[in-house]
Design a protein around this ligand. Structure first.
Ligand code: 4AD
Ligand code: MG
Length: 477
């Protein structure tokens, strides 16, 4: 017999049919009620045991965390809180979990404690809900692009280029760290390294995606991305997943339209397909926020916020307009910003982004036309000669969630910019080729997947929305 999942059983009409279910014990109350969960849903199935009919030794092994196979009949529930339950006939213990040492007991654990138990934390309601939402979001992303004529493009993980020019790369090498080969200048000779040159883990698949967009038209990447930024924040990971669509013939307005439609679409997907998990996560967030001062609580509950973002247009504002708003803002005048806003050209910090989104506009914001100086070399230069066709999408509670741009498609302008930034043409000869042969306007953006999962689940720390987080000083598991 093909065993149905708990999720399926819970929506089955009970006719006292025999059922078999495998799962893990959440709780065992009064030596009678086993709440069993198999990961298919946030809800447990109640298994009712007539303990008089069972061996005492066997029931002693039924503890929180034990894996069981339960056979019984599916009947209408006598108790409240569930419509069906199983009258247990047989229990087989796959493996027990000694309550003296099993860390995930049915009580409240701190997020910090659970991070140390990342291999077991997914057995909690909170983490299983997050990970089901994460999975649904990945599917929604692929579905959106596949339905809209995009091809899934696999960017290389090992690369010789620093796409973002920020130098925050993890080196990939097989050289002996203790005794690397040196050249005549006494520097490490990477010609002797595995690839015969310096290589690193990718910080973005964009440059390679551009090559593919200039033949397939519309492509997207969805893969792991690595940044050796030493920033220990609740928004940064050293290994994260990024989605990077790239579209030939799109200008910045098309790019903004795509990004907005895409973001709203995937959020709608989880609203429609993860209702139970979202309801659970919403309640979790409300409980958590009760412990915070009023001013720090969110104005909207989780589901309301997701509905709001998926159905209201994002506000589009140029950097220059945003700069004026920030310069004249109360917190700036009262010197409340850690980084005061005085001079045009300053990079925006997350305190500024969050002010714009949460206090000023109170909706997602797309900032565009940033000063060239604070953005990457590949962004298209505007007529004014000092701003570029960049766009960042800022979300409430998150700050920057998407970064993108229209790309510089003019060979001469691109070469000038690279020269000004000391980027050797030999390194990116192939990228320049794209501007020599059949060049055209094109645009794209990058969505940080974990920031989207943070937003969708209402969690506060990015370490809690990826299974095994990699951050400075931490690569356990
Ligand atoms: O703004 P970024 O650096 O843009 C790019 O990499 C472009 N090449 C994208 C493109 O145009 N194809 O990164 C894009 C997004 C950010 O907005 C953020 O959501 C996420 O990636 N991100 C991170 N997420 C988690 N941890 C980090 N260390 C991140 N760095 C960037
Ligand atoms: Mg960015």
């Amino acid at each position: 017999m093909l065993a149905p999942s708990v999720k399926e059983l819970l929506s089955t009409n009970p006719t006292s049919q025999e059922v078999v279910i495998d799962g893990w014990v959440k709780t065992f109350r009064s030596n009678r009620f086993i709440a069993l969960n198999d990961g298919s849903t946030i809800h447990n199935i109640q298994c009712v045991v007539n303990f008089e009919n069972f061996d005492e030794q066997l029931l002693k092994q039924v503890n929180t965390g034990s894996a069981l196979k339960v056979t019984g009949t599916l009947v209408e529930s006598q108790g409240r809180g569930q419509s069906v339950e199983i009258q247990v006939k047989e229990i087989f213990v796959h493996g027990d979990a000694d309550p003296e040492v099993y860390p995930i007991q049915p009580k409240k654990h701190s997020m910090e404690f659970l991070r140390e138990q990342a291999h077991l934390r997914v057995r909690t309601n909170t983490f299983s809900a997050i990970m089901r939402v994460r999975s649904a979001l990945s599917f929604a992303i692929h579905q959106y692009f596949q339905q809209n004529g995009f091809y899934y493009f696999h960017a290389p993980i090992v690369t010789g280029s620093d796409a973002e020019g920020a130098g925050e790369m993890f080196r990939v090498t097989t050289l002996n760290a203790k005794k690397p080969p040196l050249n005549d200048d006494g520097e490490v000779n990477y010609k002797e390294d595995f690839f015969g040159k310096e290589t690193n883990l990718t910080v973005s698949g964009q440059l390679e995606a551009e090559a593919y967009a200039m033949a397939l038209g519309k492509v997207y990447t969805f893969g792991p991305t690595f940044r050796a930024e030493n920033s220990n924040t609740s928004r940064h990971l050293a290994e994260f997943w990024m989605i990077e669509p790239e579209v030939a013939f799109n200008d910045l307005d098309d790019n903004m339209d795509l990004a907005e439609d895409f973001m709203q679409n995937v959020i709608k997907y989880v609203l429609e397909n993860c209702a139970d998990d979202l309801a659970f996560l919403e309640k979790r967030l409300l409980d958590e926020e009760k412990t915070k001062p009023q001013a720090e609580r969110s104005e909207m509950a989780l589901i309301e916020k997701l509905k709001f973002v998926s159905s209201n247009t994002f506000k589009r504002v140029s950097y220059t307009e945003a700069f004026e708003i920030l310069r004249n803002s109360k917190p700036n005048k009262k010197k409340k910003f850690k980084y005061p806003i005085n001079e045009w050209g300053a990079d925006l910090q997350s305190e500024h982004e969050r002010f714009l989104v949460e206090k000023h506009f109170k909706c997602p914001v797309i900032l565009f036309d940033y000063p060239a100086k604070i953005k990457a070399f590949y962004m298209r230069l505007n007529e004014d000669g000092k701003t570029v066709r960049a766009m960042d999408i800022l979300f409430p509670g998150i700050g920057e969630i998407v970064g993108g741009s229209q790309r510089e498609e003019r060979l001469d302008v691109l070469k000038e910019k690279m020269a000004a930034l000391n980027i050797p043409e030999e390194e990116l000869w192939w990228y320049l080729d794209l501007r020599k042969f059949g060049t055209a306007e094109h645009s794209g953006f990058g969505l940080g997947f974990e920031r989207l999962v943070l937003f969708a689940t209402g969690m506060g720390n990015i370490r809690d929305v990826i299974p095994f987080p990699r951050t400075p000083q931490n690569a356990e598991f």
